[in-house]
Unconditional design. Sequence first.
Length: 339
Amino acid sequence: LKQILPALRQAVPPLQRSMSSAADQKRKVAILGAGGGIGQPLGLLMKLNPAVGKLALYDVAGTAGVAADISHINTTAETTGHTGPEELEAALTGADVIIIPAGVPRKPGMTRDDLFNINAGIVKTLAEAIAKYSPSAMVTVISNPVNSTVPIAAETFKKAGTFDPKRLFGVTTLDVVRARTFLAAKKGLDVQSVDVPVVGGHAGVTILPLFSQATPSVTLTDEELEALTKRTQDGGTEVVQAKAGKGSATLSMAYAGALFADAVLKGLNGATDQVQCAYVESSVVPGLQYFSSKVRLGPSGAEEVMGLGTLSAYEQKGLEALKAELKASIDKGVSFANQ
Ligand code: NAD
Ligand code: LMR
């Protein structure tokens, strides 16, 4: 043993390095809308992610300052700023993961669908550029109304011949983050240990938290269940009202967007344990071509779109109640992209 130990000691570090090389692969992440309320803290969080080797920050205005600021942080990601359509190619080329928080946010009194007229065109234009410059990237869409912007991006990619349903996601992570927080507070649980799947879409009643599948499992009175469901569905509106005209959730959204992007990056790098709720092309609910449910992430993106599990009677009712609105939002996105 004495004789072979020194040789083993020498052999192990290179072996560990080669075993961990896929998991440690540095990726390029591009954020489109990087100068905005979400984009700035999201850029900061992605700059802190050790899986990010290059961070491209793109916006139509103001990106140079944000990029210069973030670039001084002594973490690995090499940060570049790109401003205006003529610099979109450089931002997108070689990107592994693209995060899109570009577009206008709500003001009090507005629905997410009221953002459609402006944001639909923004997402379509950005999707056209992605199809051209970065057709095999993982694309995560934050811009609202997510229920329609994801179908818009999908149709745009289809037209360009680059659509892969495994690589396009609507980010609904904030609904999960909220459901976890609200449940933990209501039941006095350690928030770090709480998980709640949230399915459906990302607007009002289309947001369907499944508290019957929460971890740890909880017993809720009818009033508690109703209150928690409603608060999760109205979480965005709660922030819009509190900000009183100064936009919608930005910091919690940046956290949620970074959490989801991190899972996508880990999946890309070979992790097999990354499961997140996301709004993807789906056959989980007949008639709803896009739907958010648990998705297993891997090197090719959404490798498995998981079913809903057993729903309580309350959740089953919620599922029925969301179908018409979600279908209308999907159809609106599809016809916009094809008009
Ligand atoms: P914001 O106005 O602060 O920032 C948006 C940014 O997008 C701005 O910097 C703007 O210059 C940029 N932009 C506009 N057109 C662009 C284009 N063509 N290309 C690139 N960038 C462009 O808004 P915000 O608070 O960051 O919110 C952004 C979007 O995210 C909104 O649509 C909001 O509703 C949505 N949102 C979604 C979720 C979610 O859970 N999915 C949560 C919060 C907000
Ligand atoms: C949210 O859920 O916070 C976002 O969709 C923003 C909004 O308009 O509510």
